[in-house]
Design a protein around this ligand. Structure first.
Ligand code: GRG
Length: 299
C-alpha cells in the first residue's frame, strides 16, 4: 500500500534540501534583499509543484539520476510560485496579512521590499534553469524547460490569469470565463510542472500528451478544491485568511454551483487525471495518489 503521507514527507524533504542547496545564501551586499526572498521561500508550503515535477520525471525515466537532474527545475517552479504568492498578497492585489501561517512578506519587510523579493525569485527561477554549472538535462531540453515555464508563468498563463481575476472582481462573469481564469492563474503552472518533469525524463510524444492531460485535470482539481477550502476551512487550517473570495466578490466554483456540486466536479477532475494515466505502469503510482491527495487535502 502506497503511504501518501510518508511519500509527501520524503519528497518535501528532498525539495527543502534542494532549495537550501540552490537558493543563494544570505550574505554579501544584497543580504537584506536575499533575506526577504528566503523568508517567503522557507516559511512553509506544501511544495506540490516541485513534487509533481519530480514525480512526472520518475514516471517516464527509470534512471535514478533523473532526480538530481530535475531538482534545480523543481526549485525554479517553487521560486515562481512563491513570487506569485508574495505579489498576490500585496495591498494592490489581495492585501493579505497571513501566508503559510506567518506574516506576509510585505508585512514583515515592507511593500517595496516584498515587490523586489518577488522580482528576485522570478528572475532567479530562470537563473536556476539556465545555469550550465547546475545539474540539468542537455542544453536543448533546458531551453524547452525555460520556454514551458516562461509561457506558463507569463501573460498567457499565471500573470494573465491574475489580471483577469482582478478585472473580474465584483463583476458577473460566465462559467467559461471562470474556467479560463482558473486554467491560467493556477492550472498553467501545475501543468508546466508535470510537462517539465516529462521533458527532462525524455518522454515520448504519447507520454507527453497523456501527462499534459493529467496536468490539466489535476490543475483544475487543485483550483476547485482551493475555492472550496476558502469556504469550508479555517484561517488556522489554511495558514492564510479564509473566506476572502466571497468578501472580494470573486467568482468561484462554490458561488456558481454550491458546495456539493463543486465537490462532485473536483472528483470528476480527479477521475479524468487518473484516466489520463491509464497507459502507464506502476511507476505512475505516485502521480495517481497525488491526484487523490489534491482532492482530499485540507489546506
Ligand atoms: C501575482 C503574478 C501573480 C500571480 C498570482 C498564484 C496566484 C497568482 C495567486 C495566489 C492566490 C490563490 C489563492 C490562488 C489559488 C491557488 C493557489 C495558487 C493557492 C496557493 O498554492 P498552494 O496551496 O500554496 O500550493 P503553498 O503555500 O502550499 O505553496
Amino acid at each position: 500500500m502506497f503511504d501518501i503521507q510518508q511519500y509527501l514527507r520524503e519528497q518535501r524533504l528532498l525539495v527543502e534540501n534542494g532549495l537550501q542547496r540552490y537558493m543563494m545564501p544570505e550574505q554579501g551586499d544584497f543580504s537584506a534583499h536575499i533575506e526577504s526572498m528566503r523568508y517567503s521561500l522557507f516559511v512553509g508550503g506544501k511544495r506540490i509543484r516541485p513534487i509533481l515535477c519530480l514525480a512526472a520525471g520518475r514516471t517516464v525515466c527509470a534512471a535514478p539520476e533523473i532526480e538530481e537532474k530535475l531538482l534545480p527545475a523543481a526549485c525554479a517552479l517553487e521560486c515562481i510560485h512563491t513570487y506569485s504568492l508574495i505579489h498576490d498578497d500585496l495591498p494592490a492585489m489581495d492585501n493579505d496579512d497571513l501566508r503559510r501561517g506567518q506574516p506576509t512578506c510585505h508585512k514583515k519587510f515592507g511593500e517595496a521590499e516584498a515587490i523586489l523579493a518577488g522580482d528576485g525569485l522570478l528572475t532567479y527561477a530562470f537563473a536556476l534553469l539556465s545555469n550550465p554549472d547546475l545539474p540539468g538535462p542537455e542544453t536543448a531540453t533546458r531551453l524547452q524547460l525555460i520556454t514551458v515555464l516562461a509561457h506558463a508563468a507569463g501573460s498567457q498563463g499565471m500573470v494573465g490569469g491574475q489580471y483577469l481575476d482582478i478585472a473580474s472582481e465584483k463583476k458577473t462573469i460566465s462559467f467559461d470565463q471562470l474556467k479560463t481564469i482558473h486554467r491560467s492563474k493556477t492550472g498553467a503552472l501545475i501543468t508546466a510542472a508535470i510537462h517539465m518533469g516529462a521533458l527532462a525524463g525524455q518522454a515520448d510524444q504519447g507520454q507527453l500528451e497523456a501527462l499534459t492531460r493529467y496536468g490539466d485535470a489535476v490543475g483544475l482539481a487543485f483550483q476547485i478544491v482551493d475555492d472550496l477550502l476558502d469556504v469550508t476551512a479555517s484561517t488556522e487550517q489554511l495558514g492564510k485568511t479564509a473566506g476572502t473570495d466571497a468578501q472580494q466578490g470573486k467568482a468561484t466554483y462554490p458561488a456558481f454551483f454550491g458546495e456539493e456540486k463543486t465537490r462532485a466536479l473536483a472528483k470528476e477532475a480527479v477521475a479524468s487525471a487518473q484516466k489520463a494515466l491509464a497507459s502507464f505502469d506502476e511507476r505512475a503510482e505516485p502521480l495517481r495518489v497525488l491526484a487523490q491527495y489534491i482532492y482530499q487535502r485540507t489546506c
